[in-house]
Design a protein around this ligand. Structure first.
Ligand SMILES: Cc1cc2nc3c(=O)[nH]c(=O)nc-3n(C[C@H](O)[C@H](O)[C@H](O)COP(=O)(O)OP(=O)(O)OC[C@H]3O[C@@H](n4cnc5c(N)ncnc54)[C@H](O)[C@@H]3O)c2cc1C
Length: 361
């Protein structure tokens, strides 16, 4: 069995293997480039000084060791789903009988905005953290993207030690602030942005002849542009011939099994559901993880997948405003305050602690 990508869903598979053993005594490998997974939900809090830089890491190497899974630190760059082979960036080939993909999506900042040395994509998130950690006082920062990731990063950067009012600009694009969220949440977020003197521009951002422009307005001088524009599908999915949606994401059924190749499963941002719309978000990756674990266990025993992932009607999002408060979103409902932030910290830390415990004998 080959697990490709140690993402937010795959850690639930590793946890299942730690607790119950690798099913059927199968030989299992985890192919992923880094020995740890960075939990994206804690990055804005790290920027705002609420967490240490590595507080949000899940020890993939430790989990794999405890689960009896061999770890291969490399990345998938090609898939032949018929021959059941994955190609790696390091020049290797790994065969499999059964595979589960949770590699996340890829950054698309340069494709959407244009190339510029000041441009930094949020994906891969480790590179973002490394780059920001090396920039103690980034000066004028522009965040591109009006979704939850962009909003939280703008708040985090604004509350970074040494940041000053007006130094952070959030450019949402013409889609506006938090599309898909309720009016109540959007109003609270807009008020919090204004209170913190974060400039908000509802235009599309781009680099034109080396200059940063939103609509017809110049945003120069800018020292850093961070793009949180959603993720693109990895090219190797489309090139592989496996069933993919129109955007190139690996198409799976409600069991998170490929609709074209039943020996391939996928979850998280790299996957798209054939039966319903499912937003690419950490919440769904995490929730689909236990379903993936149960279905892989059954597949190894030659049984049909027993579980489907049916998302709840609404998902809980807790948006850290970086100033000791957070805004909760649950369908049409909104709430705000220090207690919402305390709840966010409790949920995030419990998720990390659960996996940390499993790495200990
Ligand atoms: C700043 C920020 C804050 C966010 N906050 C939230 C939030 O509060 N709530 C929420 O629901 N969502 C949030 N998101 C979105 C969330 O991060 C993603 O939806 C989530 O990370 C997707 O999880 P995943 O498992 O699909 O992929 P990832 O978490 O990206 O994990 C992918 C894994 O695969 C590995 N990998 C990558 N490429 C390869 C390859 N080619 N071969 C092998 N391995 C590979 C990576 O190293 C990584 O271990 C946020 C995003 C950002 C940027």
């Amino acid at each position: 069995m080959l697990l490709v990508g140690g993402g937010h869903a795959q850690v639930a598979v590793l946890a299942d293997f730690v607790q119950r053993g690798v099913p059927g005594g199968a030989r299992c490998l985890l192919l992923t480039p880094e020995p740890a997974l960075r939990y994206s939900g804690m990055v804005p809090g790290w920027l705002a000084g609420q967490h240490g830089r590595d507080d949000g890491l899940v020890d993939l190497a430790g989990l794999a060791a405890r689960a009896g899974v061999e770890l291969v630190l490399d990345r998938c760059i090609g898939l032949d789903p018929d021959a059941r082979v994955v190609r790696t960036a390091g020049g290797g080939q790994i065969g499999f009988d059964l595979a589960a993909f949770d590699t996340g999506g890829e950054g698309q900042a340069a494709d959407l905005l244009g190339e510029d040395p000041r441009l930094l994509d949020v994906r891969p998130i480790d590179a973002l953290v490394d780059r920001l950690a090396a920039l103690p006082a980034p000066g004028r920062v522009v965040v591109a993207g009006g979704g939850a990731g962009g909003v939280e990063l703008a708040f985090g950067l604004r509350n970074r030690a040494g940041a000053s009012p007006g130094q952070v600009t959030l450019v949402t694009g013409e889609g506006g602030l938090l599309p898909g969220f309720s009016g109540a949440v959007r109003r609270r977020v807009a008020r919090a942005l204004a209170r913190q003197a974060i400039v908000v521009i509802h235009e599309d951002l781009r680099f034109t002849q080396g200059a940063l422009v939103a609509g017809v307005r110049s945003l120069e001088p800018a020292d850093l542009v961070i793009a949180a524009l959603g993720s693109a599908a990895p090219a190797w999915v489309r090139d592989s011939g496996i069933a993919a949606d129109a955007d190139g994401f690996l198409l799976v059924d409600a069991h998170h099994r490929s609709v074209s190749h039943p020996h391939v499963f996928a979850a998280g941002d790299v996957a798209a559901r054939a039966d319903r719309q499912l937003a690419h978000s950490g919440v769904h990756a995490v929730m689909a993880g236990t379903v993936l674990a149960a279905n892989l266990r059954a597949a190894l025993a030659g049984r049909p997948p027993p579980r489907t992932y049916r998302p709840r009607r609404h998902s809980l999002y807790l948006l850290n405003t970086g100033d000791g408060s957070a805004i909760a979103s649950y369908g049409p409902l909104a709430a705000q305050g220090a207690r919402v932030l305390a709840l966010k910290h409790r949920i995030d830390k419990a998720w990390i602690a659960r996996y940390a415990r499993l790495t200990k004998p």
